[in-house]
Each structure stands twice: as structure tokens, then as C-alpha cells.
Design a protein around this ligand. Structure first.
Ligand code: CP
Ligand code: NVA
Length: 309
């Protein structure tokens, strides 16, 4: 734990298997403390600035409530209000904010911006989603899977859909944690080759099996978890129509779910579009754990903040 103090949380790529397992265990511990009504305030008097250059429901509310529960204070910093929106360099913003705050969370477009902010900041920076990755969500998701299945090693996660931030973080997480992972994306919407290469390298060490295929049925075969995400992520809205065509055969529905294990879990980071990437029957059905995932954002992010701030 002491080792993580001051460390940025930009992606699971920068964390070892043991560190990820430590954060998951801490998230579970903080969750049970909260449920038991126990106050735990290691961040008393500390402040977290949260820069949002994209919309958010879960990330904003769970970080705000999370730091508050840990004894600290959040500051919501929208790009429309910051001088950042008028062209102040991100590195100046980082250095100024570091003089006031104890941590900065940023949600933005290009991942380079997150890295640039972290490089110039002298306080820990948390990636609250970039076009490349969404590590807070993946951490919460692996906590959720562990709680539901009692283990992670040897499970099989199938991801159906866009080769986006969500796929990247889940893929890297699985490859470190020893989880088998199969993703099916349509041509032209594959995962970033650099992330795939990193995951394959991790998988060699952890003993997990990482596969990228075209056929959703092949990915879903024997899966313990079926995960999907929107077809058009934030920043790609104008591609919605062409993406609907490309992803037409990639809907997670009752037909596809038959290929998974009977006790499979359906997961989605939300927000979701019923009737597009997932059928209503699946997302609102008995195998769906979407709200447990959403809840665990709070606990997982409290673990991150408690560890690094
Ligand atoms: N899953 C997730 O990050 O949701 P928000 O966009 O609402 O924060
Ligand atoms: N891939 C989605 C995730 C939203 C939480 C997006 O980037 O919009």
C-alpha cells in the first residue's frame, strides 16, 4: 500500500497483478466498512479536483461521494468553466492545480492529454476515462466479478463490440489477473494493436489466454461473463449511423447468450442503448449485474484514492 502513495492511476498497464489485487481487496474492504456504518476517513482535509471534458453520471457522482466519505472534498471542474476551455495549456493547469489540490481526476478525449497533465502535476492523477482507456471502470468490474464468482483466475470474459477504451482496460486487466479473454469486434473497429501486444505479453506471464476474433459466437463460447459497450463512444457520435451498420451482427441478445455458460453474467459499463448493443431481455434479465458494477465504481475508486492520495 505504501508503495502506491503518490502514484498516478492512468491505466492498469502501470499496475502489477499484485497491486491490482490489492486495490480490489481494498475496494471490497471499504465496501463492507460502509455497509457496516463504519466511518473511515484517511483523506480528512484533502481535496480532489475533477476535470470533465466529457459528460458523466457515474464517474462524477461516485468520485464526489467517494472522496467525501473518505473525509475529503471534491471540486467539479467543467471544461466550460476552466480557462482550459479558452486555451490555457494543460501543463500550466496541472502545475497551478497541484498547488491547491491533493489529487486530480481527468476525463477527456485523447489519452495524451491525461499523460501530459500527469507529467506536469506534482499530485497523483487519475484517468476518469480517455479515448484509450477506462481503468476505474475495469477495476470496479473485476471487483464485481470476484464478488459474484468467488474467483478471477481461470474465468473467461467475452467482450462483444467496439475496440474502444472499455475493451482496452478490460483486456489489460484480464491479462494481468489470469482471466481468459476473447473479444469479437467488426472489421475496422479492432482494439489498438499496442494494447493487444501488451495484453499478449502479460498473458504469457499470468497464464491467461487472450484472443481477438470476428465472430461474436466464437468469443461468447463457454464464457462466464459477456460484456458489451456502446457502438459509438463519446466523441464518435457523428459515426452513429455507419456504426449501426457495421455492428448489426454484434448485438448481445438471448440468441448469443446461449453460447455462454448457463450462469453467465451480463455486464455493461453504462450508459446503454437497449435494442442496439444489447437486447432488453438480456440487460434487464436475471443474468445482468449492471447496477452492481455501477455501485462498485464508488468502492473501487475509494480504494484508488485511499491508496494513492
Ligand atoms: N461508466 C461510466 O463511466 O459512466 P459515466 O459516463 O456516467 O461516468
Ligand atoms: N466507451 C464509452 C464508455 C462510457 C463510460 C465511451 O467512451 O463513451
Amino acid at each position: 500500500a505504501a508503495r502506491l502513495k503518490g502514484k498516478d492511476f492512468l491505466g492498469l498497464v502501470d499496475y502489477t497483478k499484485e497491486e491490482i489485487e490489492y486495490l480490489i481487496a481494498l475496494g471490497i474492504d471499504l465496501k463492507s466498512k460502509l455497509k457496516a456504518g463504519e466511518t473511515y476517513q484517511p483523506l480528512k482535509g484533502k481535496t480532489l479536483g475533477m476535470i470533465f471534458e466529457k459528460s458523466s453520471t457515474r464517474t462524477r457522482v461516485s468520485f464526489e461521494v467517494g472522496i467525501y466519505q473518505l473525509g475529503g472534498q471534491p471540486l467539479f471542474l467543467s471544461k466550460n468553466d476552466l480557462q482550459l476551455g479558452r486555451g490555457e495549456p494543460i501543463s500550466d493547469t496541472a502545475q497551478v492545480l497541484s498547488r491547491y489540490l491533493d489529487g486530480i481526476m481527468i476525463r477527456t478525449f485523447g489519452h495524451k492529454r491525461v499523460v501530459e497533465l500527469a507529467r506536469a502535476a506534482t499530485v497523483p492523477v487519475i484517468n476518469g476515462l480517455s479515448d484509450l482507456s477506462h481503468p476505474c471502470q475495469a477495476l470496479a468490474d473485476y471487483q464485481t466479478i470476484l464478488e459474484k464468482k468467488g474467483r478471477l483466475q481461470g474465468l473467461k470474459v467475452a467482450y462483444i463490440g467496439d475496440g474502444n477504451n472499455m475493451l482496452h482496460s478490460l483486456l489489460v486487466g484480464a491479462s494481468k489477473l489470469g482471466i481468459d479473454f476473447a473479444a469479437a469486434s467488426p472489421e475496422g473497429y479492432d482494439a489498438d494493436p499496442e494494447m493487444v501486444a501488451i495484453a499478449k505479453e502479460n498473458a504469457r506471464k499470468s497464464g491467461s489466454n487472450v484472443r481477438l476474433v470476428r465472430d461474436p459466437r466464437e468469443a461468447a463460447e463457454g464464457a462466464d461473463v459477456i460484456y458489451t459497450d456502446v457502438w459509438a463512444s463519446m466523441g464518435f457520435e457523428e459515426e452513429q449511423k455507419e456504426r449501426e451498420k457495421a455492428f448489426a451482427n454484434y448485438q448481445v441478445n438471448e440468441e448469443l447468450a446461449k453460447y455462454a455458460k448457463p450462469d453467465y453474467l451480463f455486464m455493461h459499463c453504462l450508459p446503454a442503448h437497449r435494442g442496439e448493443e444489447v437486447s432488453e431481455g438480456v440487460i434487464d434479465g436475471p443474468n445482468s449485474i449492471i447496477f452492481d458494477q455501477a455501485e462498485n465504481r464508488l468502492h473501487a475508486q475509494k480504494a484508488i484514492m485511499a491508496a494513492i492520495m
